[in-house]
Design a protein around this ligand. Structure first.
Ligand SMILES: Cc1cc2nc3c(=O)[nH]c(=O)nc-3n(C[C@H](O)[C@H](O)[C@H](O)COP(=O)(O)OP(=O)(O)OC[C@H]3O[C@@H](n4cnc5c(N)ncnc54)[C@H](O)[C@@H]3O)c2cc1C
Length: 323
């Protein structure tokens, strides 16, 4: 019995979620962990050397049709390998890539599948999963039918640190990619210059509708600059055109897990909170003492953000000697 984690990478770079997957796989206690690397010719070595700890074995498949990303090719190759080795669980990220290959793989293997799990456990020879539903208001526990192989994708950001480093044996596996998959990878297209990934930030200064208008966003930008932080926002701020969509935190934006999350003029609707509640330290500034954000925040300041934020900027600059 073994557990596979499908290594997530993009344009040759390992994605952080791979560490999460390896931690989850080890935590299942359903057998040794194999990290599966699917890549184009010559791409795998860099990925293998950058692999986070946690795998007992690394299976590497290189093929020209695996260059870039093609969900149909990944599903076909994983299905062929899984028929050979019959892993108990195949884990992937609940990401754009995972949402593409995982259900297709389950269909090819006629295997049970659960997507977007926030927690997983191996109980009596079957996988149970916790899924966050209704925008995070409820968690549903589901038990998958026992099967020789089960497929699961997990929401990034939920696992603790992976297992300590060990030496994983690297197996190069021969694979064929069937023809006639119906699509082929063409190219990666870079996001426009200047775009930011709020999911990667350690400190986020997040603004809500309470900021009032587009011009006032500069108040938050000044605090972010003083802190070395990135500016993010709630959905109305995007809908009103005050900040671009890439800055939006929430169920219809990005899930974030920074070390520090400052919420300025954000009420704390569950569609927002569900995507930032795992931040290390949440500090909310809101003039309404009954704002729901205070139920999630570790520290709350009841007050007008236009008075509180300049005071914070002053304090940060003084503390850093940049006043
Ligand atoms: C399907 C769906 C998907 C959604 N997806 C998202 C999503 O991805 N992300 C998201 O954020 N929302 C999302 N929403 C919207 C969500 O329900 C809320 O409407 C939204 O999060 C509220 O944003 P807000 O807190 O900025 O604004 P509001 O709820 O209007 O809150 C503004 C807050 O600012 C405070 N305030 C006002 N002035 C000041 C001041 N001077 N100083 C201090 N505080 C002040 C007020 O007291 C208030 O609490 C979604 C909704 C739906 C239905």
């Amino acid at each position: 019995m073994s557990v596979w984690t499908v290594v997530e990478h993009r344009a040759g770079a390992m994605r952080d979620v791979t560490a999460d997957l390896l931690a989850r796989a080890g935590g299942l206690d359903a057998g040794p962990v194999t990290a599966v690397v699917l890549a184009g010719p010559g791409e795998a070595d860099g990925l293998v050397s950058g692999l986070p700890p946690g795998a007992h074995r690394v299976a590497v498949a290189e093929h020209p049709d695996l260059a870039g990303f093609n969900g149909a090719a990944w599903a076909a190759v994983l299905a062929a390998l899984a028929r050979r080795e019959v892993p108990a669980v195949i884990l992937g990220a609940h990401s754009a890539a995972g949402a593409d290959w995982a259900p297709a793989l389950a269909a090819l293997l006629d295997a049970p599948v659960v997507t977007d799990a926030v927690d997983l456990a191996w109980e009596d020879g079957a996988l149970t999963a916790q899924r966050s539903v209704y925008g995070g208001k409820l968690h549903a526990r589901v038990r998958l039918a026992p099967a020789s192989t089960t497929v699961a994708t997990v929401r990034p950001g939920g696992a603790d640190a992976p297992l300590p480093a060990g030496t994983a044996a690297v197996d190069r596996v021969e694979v064929q990619v069937p023809s006639g998959l119906g699509k082929r990878f063409v190219e990666w297209v870079q996001e426009a210059a200047g775009s930011v990934d709020i999911a990667q930030a350690d400190v986020l200064v997040s603004v809500g509708r309470g900021i009032g208008d587009a011009e006032s966003v500069e108040v938050a930008e000044a605090l972010a600059e003083a802190l070395g932080a990135t500016v993010s926002c709630s959905r109305p701020v995007v809908d009103l055109g005050w900040l671009p969509k890439e800055r939006q935190v929430g169920v219809s934006g990005k899930t974030v897990k920074p070390k520090v999350y400052l919420a300025l003029g954000i009420s704390g609707a569950f569609q927002h909170v569900t995507a930032m509640k795992d931040a290390g330290c949440i500090i909310a500034v809101n003039k309404d003492p009954k704002a729901p954000i205070f139920r999630t925040a570790h520290y709350g300041i009841v007050g007008d953000l236009f008075k509180v934020v300049p005071a914070l900027i002053k304090a940060v600059r003084e503390a850093r000697g940049t006043a």
